[in-house]
Design a protein around this ligand. Sequence first.
Ligand code: URA
Length: 210
Amino acid sequence: MSQKVTVIDHPMVQHKLTLLRQKDRSTNSFRTLLSEISMLLGYEVTRDLPLVYQEIETPLATMRAPLIEGKKVVLLNILRAGTGMVEGMLRILPAARIGQIGLYRDPETLGAVEYYFKLPGEMSDRDVIIVDPMLATGNSAVAAIERVKTAAPRSIKFVCLLAAPEGLNNLAESHPDVPVFTASIDSHLDEHGYIIPGLGDAGDRLFGTK
Ligand code: URA
């Protein structure tokens, strides 16, 4: 199976992404842009959610009208930078349930180490959208997907802002069944595992910790 990677090239996404990358952007502005882009990504990522038809009454007539089928979608936040995307996606999916996975990057091996994991119940009826702005080595994404798969949800998608080819290859090897959505595929990783040209450390820029 080959992995489906969708680059969301909508002009509004691309324009806002350029602003977000700029190094002198304030924390406030970075936060706002990340939220706005995530909302737009959320719109694209939910495009194929299944619908059911229900009879409703408008002020003038009854009709069979479409509603999203099944239990509420789960947004899985890869802590901590995923938090900035969850907030934006909630504007499209205000009733979504939110799972959390805490992974830190071992500075030596760049491998993902889990320190927290929580999902809602009844996962077999739910679609999961995993969010993390940066798909760099892909180790966090691979670990998060592995963990989510143990809960056997109806579907899993992975959404990021920027993807490095190295991270996409890693995901394609480990989880070719999980579609990936990104606003850009950047050039490569540097020796510290940062995406080039990228946007720096997404967590630090989002939380103003640097
Ligand atoms: N995580 C980040 O925040 N930035 C990168 O470039 C890579 C991983």
